[in-house]
Design a protein around this ligand. Structure first.
Ligand code: ADP
Length: 435
């Protein structure tokens, strides 16, 4: 069906998020297929979703693009993922490979009847407070933000170019990780540096994980019975990258990542907040170049640096429970930093109705959630040990009934938000008199 035919469907659904797990579309109900593309510097991930149910039809991932042998995984529905080794010199070749798997699959019609493509773009600078239909101006703005996200935005643009070539006749939409936080006030986003650095180079806090915060906050309002317009919530997105956001009345008021995704919480390999003077001392005392320090802070710090063992929380917890003191210490620093930010954000919001944990660690680790929330009864946060233990991987309340702050586990679904925005903007473009 065409995107115009879904106009009525779109109005009716009005972008209310489906319940999780997403309900399957009723027989005879019109649907539209959206491809979600997420590119890293050497990876391309795609998810084909049928909307509005948000059901995943197929997904694929190519890693090590440009290396001698790239690796691909492709999966349709609940089938077992199929792994391939391939020659993928660039993102275009990687996408072509995945699309060929899609076309060759007996259950998939054509190349998936894609009606629009949604692209995750990491940095939108100050240009984008919302998702945008991709045209030359949007491409220029993504390009302008290369300086702000030198590892991510060039890769995102490569993905856009590759998908535009593969699907030249459908709308493409950019969904920015930074957009959700464009509601921050200057007091929260300005660094205490000479103001000309902001004016000249837009050096300020931007914040990331915006699509995750959009999804989890909306879900949290429903689950916790909150009015979005009169709510104070804190979300802890704890994956390989970790950040937190304070959200008042549906608008982000503060977030832990900064101009880049390096600051704030302790992450798998990123250091989070440090005293900036350390950089000069490291250059001096370890005789490192600035480029080497950049790599040290981004790739060899965080949980990996502290433990000297692993940046992956599962590995650390295993070693810590076997008695490794440094792994336990890394976990302790990780949890304490989050506790510190919880206090900061409760002050920023003047209280808090609900807290949600999400992403790999937040969703699956009752041990970490327990350690973060321990001894916070003075702030009205009390976990129910049994609820917390059985909540892993599901949407569940983990606080006691009389905890004045509700605490929830809410698994994130960033692909769904990207697909929803792509569908909404693609439809709007079709309706535009200028289309
Ligand atoms: P990304 O930021 O790359 O999307 P994820 O959201 O998948 O990452 O989170 C990855 C992190 O989640 C890793 O540190 C991993 O160890 C952790 N994780 C996943 N499952 C568990 C678990 N059962 N217990 C503890 N940590 C877990």
């Amino acid at each position: 069906m065409s995107i115009v035919d879904i106009e009525d469907l779109f109005r009716r659904s009005d972008y209310v998020l489906p319940e999780t797990p997403p309900p399957f579309t009723l027989p005879g109900e019109p649907t539209v297929n959206i491809l979600v593309v997420n590119c890293g510097s050497s990876s391309l991930k795609f998810d084909l979703l049928t909307m509005p149910a948000g059901r995943e039809i197929a997904s694929g991932l190519v890693e090590r693009i440009g290396a001698v042998a790239a690796l691909a995984t492709f999966q349709v529905g609940d089938e077992k993922p199929v792994r391939h080794s391939l020659d993928a010199g660039d993102h275009g070749a990687a996408l072509d490979f995945l699309l060929k798997q899609l076309r060759d699959h007996p259950d998939i019609e054509g190349d998936g009847n894609v009606e629009a493509v949604g692209h995750r773009v990491v940095h939108g600078g100050e240009h984008f407070a919302e998702s945008a239909l991709i045209d030359d101006e949007v491409i220029d703005a993504i390009h302008d933000a290369f300086d702000l996200a030198p590892l991510h935005n060039p890769a995102n643009l490569k993905g856009i170019r590759a998908a535009q070539q593969a699907f030249p006749d459908v709308p493409h939409v950019a969904v920015f990780d930074t957009a959700f936080h464009q509601t921050l006030e200057p007091e929260a986003y300005l660094y205490a540096l000479p103001n000309r650095l902001y004016r000249r180079h837009k050096m300020r806090r931007y914040g990331f994980h915006g699509t995750s915060y959009a999804y989890v906050s909306r879900r949290l309002y429903e689950l916790a019975g909150l009015e979005p317009d009169a709510s104070k919530v804190i979300i802890c997105h704890l994956g390989n990258g970790c950040s937190m956001a304070a959200i008042r009345d549906g608008r982000s008021v503060d977030t832990s990542m900064g101009m880049t995704p390096l600051s704030g919480l302790v992450m798998g390999t990123r250091c989070g907040d440090i005293d900036p003077s350390l950089i000069f001392d490291i250059v001096d005392k370890e005789e490192m170049t600035l480029a080497e320090v950049h790599a040290l802070l981004n790739r060899y710090s965080g949980l990996l640096g502290l433990s000297g063992y692993a940046g992956d929380m599962r590995d650390l917890l295993e070693e810590a429970s076997a008695g490794d003191a440094r792994c336990q210490q890394a976990v302790d620093v990780f949890c304490y930093q989050i506790k510190r930010y919880l206090g900061m954000y409760m002050a920023a919001l003047n209280g808090c109705d609900a807290i949600a944990f999400t992403a790999g660690i937040g969703t699956y680790s009752d041990v970490i959630r327990e350690q973060i929330c321990a001894d916070l009864d003075g702030l009205g946060i009390v976990l129910d040990a049994g609820r917390n233990e059985s909540a892993n991987g599901t949407e569940a309340q983990i606080s006691t009934d009389d905890s004045s702050v509700q605490v929830w586990v809410v698994p994130t679904n960033e692909e769904l938000v990207i697909a929803q925005d792509a569908m909404k903007l693609a439809l709007a473009a079709k309706q535009s008199p200028y289309a």
